[in-house]
Ligand binder design. Sequence first.
Ligand code: HEM
Length: 397
Amino acid sequence: MRNTIISLYQPTHLAGLIPTMQSYIDSATRHLSSTQKDDVTFSDLSLRLATDVIGEAAFGVDFGLSGGSPPDDERSKDGEVSEFIKEHIYSTTSLKMDLSGSFSIVLGLLVPVLQEPVRQLLKRIPGTADWKIHQTNLKLSKRLEEIVAKRASERDRGSKDFLSAILNARDSDGASRKLFTSDYISALAYEHLLAGSATTSFTLSSVLYLVSKHPEVEQKLVREIDGFGPSDLIPTFDDLQHEFPYLDQVIKEAMRFYTVSPLVARETSQPVEVGGFLLPKGTWVWLAPGVLAKDPKHFPEPHLFRPERFDPACDEEKQRHPYAHIPFGIGPRACIGQKFSLQEIKLAVIHLYRRYVFRHSPSMESPLEFQYGVVLNFKHGVKLRVIRRSEACHVII
Ligand code: HEM
């Protein structure tokens, strides 16, 4: 199954997605221009953008959240789209794992064995956070089930998006038909939507947040982007791999600084010895990329945002252990969307910095506050002041 999906995230397929990604980025930027006088909650905008891109690439559906013009049958007549994004945002932000989470989550931190029975009980009691989360997830799953059912009924569905590829695999033989039940496919679709949007959106927002408070990084980045060519020249897949080395470093450093998936889990399939400890079969093992990312042994002065530490020519990069920086996980179950999300983030950063620079909004808290959940999130969003490049010389950096 992983192989069926993975083919969609290979270079040839990704190169073909550049126009789709670019068109959503254009829409989002148009929206930015019209609200330029006000500060923008960029993290909301980037979640809309990332959800739209994954909607189109994975489901072949235009959710119409970034300010574009979705086709009539997908666009809501009664605010369905805004409902969808509200549910999606609620669903991604309510997956908290700290003391501000739902009662069952907090209880799970203290007495893990009680978490599931209490959650089952509370999700039936209207008004509780567990009930709200359950209701929202039900609604969101229903929407995805509708999308899955509609696509399943199409005869000539092609194979270029995730959903079509899975449905084609299901239809191709009896064994797959048994495995890929409708519920299973809807669950996969939901996982894909969550895995692909919140992570990419958080990372893009982190880049803008960090660059906007490091003028020397901003100058270097803008110089590299301007040096690529005229502002309407869309980079190709190869350009994105080779022509923006500093942008690569900025993204890596932003992902180190704020690691969106700070924990990665594995379950041992057989007894294994790790670091002198014998782990029986069935043991849960947690890797902590977020802790590794702040280890001064691998990243001297880890509290400093310094993209140059990822310059391939510098000693720090040459001497670092190859597994010290693993924001996309590691091994056979590592993230399948790594190249996809990096392509989207690079296209977005290039597009944005060709036109604008950004400063923190005065309404933004300092230091930044986070919500700790399945993925890391900004507690109050990333609020930025958008400044057209043509006016940027008046800004004191
Ligand atoms: C900056 C963006 C992203 C980050 C930081 C990220 C991070 C991760 C991490 C840490 C894992 C767990 C890996 C492991 O267990 O070793 C993962 C798994 C996964 N990611 Fe991503 N991800 C991102 C974007 C995406 C996108 C765009 C997609 C879909 C297009 C995606 C789909 C998945 C899927 C399906 C898995 C589960 C893979 C499996 O279990 O075999 N991710 N991701």
